[in-house]
Design a protein around this ligand. Structure first.
Ligand code: NAP
Length: 287
């Protein structure tokens, strides 16, 4: 058996089409379009690709994109003051602080300073709390992208064995909650699971597997259950190639569906960001 590919681009295309129509309707209804403000501190080649992709997708959807550059030697206080300014700016609907930040800053402290109504990455404690309640309007983009890819298979998640490897706030934890909300039986694995040598045991019984760690080859292809849905969020550079956390060739012989890396979760993440910008705009208009 060879798994069907879950390609982010294909799913993103339909969502983008709907978003573009919605933004078009805002123009006539509110005489305004959603505006996303991205704050970049210093220069970073790793974030340049993500930035370019945001600009391209925003333009395509009719979303206004602003880039705010702060100096590399800015302090945490400078950044927070700048965020406050954008929180008060009526024209700005969504705020994103581009990672990574220079070493003098603490990135974990940033989300709580962005107004929850403008927090388009879904990382403000209030928005993360809404994910817990199952009523989130805005949720972390990568977790939503992974979830949308699973949903695109139309597999009923109720009672399914879902295993999430990685427990970061940005991916592993929220994706676990999104799956739980659909009544999957969710196991979240992390470094402690790996340390006890139990990772393979959990992965082997996963009907739905999401991996978000950042270690090439962590998940052996032979561990994949026959017929599983495999979503590999990991991005690792090996030589001149980008690979995920799952051994793709062997895994795709066993899985029913699998995401390629690159081309799986990545292309959908930016679309989820834009969907959050549209949701933030609507919430601010009381729609
Ligand atoms: P992260 O914050 O570093 O989290 C990694 C997680 O993996 C942590 O929960 C860590 O546990 C766990 N872990 C580490 N080693 C492990 C092991 N041997 N066995 C089991 N769990 C282990 O990373 P992240 O931000 O969630 O990102 C994860 C990956 O996704 C990275 O490769 C990143 O580049 C990629 N990513 C892709 C996108 C996209 O759009 N495609 C977006 C975001 C991230 P501890 O914290 O306890 O050590």
């Amino acid at each position: 058996m060879s798994a069907a590919l879950l390609e982010g681009k294909t799913i993103a295309a339909k969502i983008k089409e709907d978003l573009a129509k919605e933004v078009g309707r805002f123009k006539s209804k509110y005489n305004a379009v959603p505006t996303l403000a991205n704050i970049q501190v210093g220069e970073n080649s790793a974030s340049a690709v993500y930035l370019k992709s945001q600009m391209r997708v925003a333009e395509k959807l009719g979303i206004e994109f602003q880039l705010h550059n702060l100096k590399e030697d800015s302090t945490q206080e400078d950044l927070i003051k700048y965020i406050d300014k954008l929180n008060d700016d009526q024209k700005v609907n969504g705020i994103l602080v581009q990672m990574p930040l220079p070493k003098q800053m603490n990135p974990k402290d940033i989300p709580r300073h962005i107004s929850p109504l403008k927090d388009v990455e879904g990382m403000h404690p209030e928005n993360l709390g809404e994910v817990l309640s199952g009523k989130a309007r805005i949720a972390p983009c990568t977790a939503m992208a992974a979830f949308e890819l699973i949903r695109s298979t139309n597999i009923d998640l109720r009672g399914k064995e879902a295993v999430v490897v990685g427990h970061s706030e940005i991916v592993g934890k929220p994706v676990s909650l999104l799956l739980l909300d659909k009544f999957a039986t969710v196991t979240t694995c992390h470094i402690g699971t790996g340390e006890r040598g139990l990772l393979s045991d959990h992965v082997k019984r996963a009907e739905i597997l999401v991996v978000a760690v950042g270690k090439a080859g962590l998940i052996k292809g032979e561990w994949i259950k026959k017929g599983a849905v495999v979503v590999d969020v990991g991005i690792n550079r090996v030589g001149d190639k980008l690979v995920g956390d799952v051994e793709f060739d062997e895994a795709s012989k066993r899985a029913a569906y699998i995401t390629p890396v690159p081309g799986g979760v990545g292309p959908l993440t930016v679309t989820m960001l834009m969907r959050n910008v549209v949701e933030a705009f609507k919430a601010q208009k009381g729609a």
